[in-house]
Design a protein around this ligand. Sequence first.
Ligand SMILES: Cc1cc2nc3c(=O)[nH]c(=O)nc-3n(C[C@H](O)[C@H](O)[C@H](O)COP(=O)(O)OP(=O)(O)OC[C@H]3O[C@@H](n4cnc5c(N)ncnc54)[C@H](O)[C@@H]3O)c2cc1C
Ligand SMILES: *[C@@H]1O[C@H](CO)[C@@H](O)[C@H](O)[C@H]1NC(C)=O
Ligand SMILES: *[C@@H]1O[C@H](CO)[C@@H](O)[C@H](O)[C@H]1NC(C)=O
Ligand SMILES: *[C@@H]1O[C@H](CO)[C@@H](O)[C@H](O)[C@H]1NC(C)=O
Ligand SMILES: *[C@@H]1O[C@H](CO)[C@@H](O)[C@H](O)[C@H]1NC(C)=O
Ligand SMILES: *[C@@H]1O[C@H](CO)[C@@H](O)[C@H](O)[C@H]1NC(C)=O
Ligand SMILES: *[C@@H]1O[C@H](CO)[C@@H](O)[C@H](O)[C@H]1NC(C)=O
Length: 566
Amino acid sequence: MRNLVAVGILGGLALAGSKQTSSCKCLPGDSCWPSASQWQKLNTSANGNLLAVRPAGSVCYQTFNGQPNPQYNADACATAKNGWTVSNWIVEQQIETISHFWTNYTCDPTMGCNKPCDLSSVPQMVIMAKSASDIQAGVKFARDNNLRLVIRNTGHCYLGRSAGYGALAINTHSLQSMDFTSSYKGPGSWSGGAVKLGAGVDVVGGECPSVGIAGGYIQGGGHSPLSGLYGMGSDNALSFEIVLATGELVTANAYSNSDLFWALKGGGMGTYGVVTSVTVKTHPRVFVTGMSLNISILGVTDPAAIDRYWSAVNVFHNYAPKLAASGMYVWYGLVPFVGLIVQPFVAPNMTVAQFEAVVAPLRAQLNALNVTYATGTPTQFDSFYDLYMSMFSFIDDVGGDTLLGGRLFKTSDIEQHGANITAAYRGLINAGVIIGGHIVNPGRAVPDPDSEISSVHPVWRDTPDNMLWLYDTGATCLTPAGRQAAFGTNTQLGNPMRAASPDSAVYVNEGDVNEPNWQDAFWGSNYPALYKIKTKYDPNGVFWAQSTPGSERWTLKDERRLCKAT
Ligand SMILES: Cc1cc2nc3c(=O)[nH]c(=O)nc-3n(C[C@H](O)[C@H](O)[C@H](O)COP(=O)(O)OP(=O)(O)OC[C@H]3O[C@@H](n4cnc5c(N)ncnc54)[C@H](O)[C@@H]3O)c2cc1C
Ligand SMILES: *[C@@H]1O[C@H](CO)[C@@H](O)[C@H](O)[C@H]1NC(C)=O
Ligand SMILES: *[C@@H]1O[C@H](CO)[C@@H](O)[C@H](O)[C@H]1NC(C)=O
Ligand SMILES: *[C@@H]1O[C@H](CO)[C@@H](O)[C@H](O)[C@H]1NC(C)=O
Ligand SMILES: *[C@@H]1O[C@H](CO)[C@@H](O)[C@H](O)[C@H]1NC(C)=O
Ligand SMILES: *[C@@H]1O[C@H](CO)[C@@H](O)[C@H](O)[C@H]1NC(C)=O
Ligand SMILES: *[C@@H]1O[C@H](CO)[C@@H](O)[C@H](O)[C@H]1NC(C)=O
């Protein structure tokens, strides 16, 4: 009887018969799983910030982990139901992720799956870290007890890296300090402004205000609407503080641990250690010009009109290198049966006249196509923030069961195979997938041809567009086989795009978690050095995040048990 299964045994039952050896991380139910008194000791060293995981929707269930649930509460449940699709709510929770695929719809407040509410798919214990010392305690405990460790900041990762069954989670979202200085006096040549951010701080680094800057964003590279002027988010990092696998808190910058500093700038998240703060450059405010453009296919069924629409999409996308070369950032979406929504063009440090000069040839090409399109009035704003509040709208599949895929185009691929790439877009749209893209070239501002500044894929220095697709897996209650099939479908969906852009890459934060040859796709020629740095700082694999440097030394079996690869 399910209702009588005791706390902590569930995972063990689910895995009955599976091999338990020291080459695998311990799971609940294994004899190596820490005892209550060991957890209590951890709680003491983590200053009382250790909690048993309570999935956010558990307040909607009369039973939790097979026991009567004293926290069942109709009002709290209504709040959870509302929050389930709201990113600002999800980020505040212990372990929830923006795509519920990665928590396997655990304790879904809408009860869509009719399954019991328990911990059989998610971390067991969480440290709600308030200080670096809480994090040090957690890292040492996970290392000494051979536990899977998950670092969770905002849960934004669409690739599942901030989720994991049976893990000890460290939630860094409460590290919210911010220290500004107008003249940085650290190592290196930068003497302009800087800000030291706790690892949980949100700033408008990317286009979404709830992404945490010190976590996956900077460690994955980080593109932003200002990347055409200032490069990648990671190019702007001056110094990190990080808890290593040894439990030590160290500084990584141009003078100390400089190899690690390079790796933390785009070389992979959650794999070298737990970042507790990052110091980033600040820049004087610049004015920006913005404009939106739409091409609607709402209600259009005439095949010739649909072909003309795709000719227009092709013209728009093939113009991306010109837009990016001007320093512009353009956010666009392609939505099945809706159309192309460019919302907006962002032209930093450009007047309306300068903006129009860049866009005029695009208008002329669209005019020649006999398609109806709408543009707003180009408008100058005093700052990016003002433009953001007035113009941004983004397709944000929060709270669904989405898997992501993506492509970081090399300029030459669009120049030489632009029509093939558009054909691949059309295939994705016909498959019912939503597409988003970010036209911007960080290499315009920070060329870094030899990857001396940062470890992001070299294609980031010569790209006109980083696109992504959102594949709605369609069923919230997938069986293990159904989940595997969804992974397979998502990877297959990307094959025409891969074939059409042979020299392109994939952004590690906005790609397929099962990207074929991910080492090369995510990091290109920088991968071997990153692998060395990973094994130097974390030889025994205390940290593991899917498809990050060194992760191939482990296998996640059935999405549950993490074992050394044989
Ligand atoms: C709506 C939306 C909009 C986005 N917009 C942009 C954008 O404009 N530009 C862009 O570049 N990206 C964008 N992203 C992608 C985003 O950068 C990644 O999802 C990123 O990994 C999120 O990092 P996080 O720390 O907020 O999330 P989490 O999911 O909490 O963490 C992501 C990864 O970072 C690791 N991590 C988190 N904190 C730490 C830490 N303190 N130390 C070490 N590892 C840590 C986690 O273990 C995990 O592997 C967007 C994502 C979403 C969902
Ligand atoms: C850890 O200690 C705090 C403070 O005493 C307590 O509230 C919390 O429940 C404890 N956590 C666990 C897992 O026992
Ligand atoms: C997800 O939940 C389903 C039940 O709905 C279960 O069969 C499956 O094993 C779970 N998968 C993971 C990875 O937790
Ligand atoms: C903005 O443009 C002016 C010239 O129009 C240039 O001098 C200045 O350096 C630019 N600012 C930035 C931050 O690129
Ligand atoms: C232009 O489009 C309209 C319908 O939108 C169509 O009737 C007309 O024939 C088209 N003209 C050309 C030259 O393609
Ligand atoms: C384009 O569509 C978006 C989203 O529907 C809307 O907010 C915007 O005003 C539209 N722009 C134009 C120029 O029609
Ligand atoms: C690109 O498109 C052309 C023309 O349709 C086609 O002949 C060629 O095979 C395509 N190449 C790829 C890689 O898809």
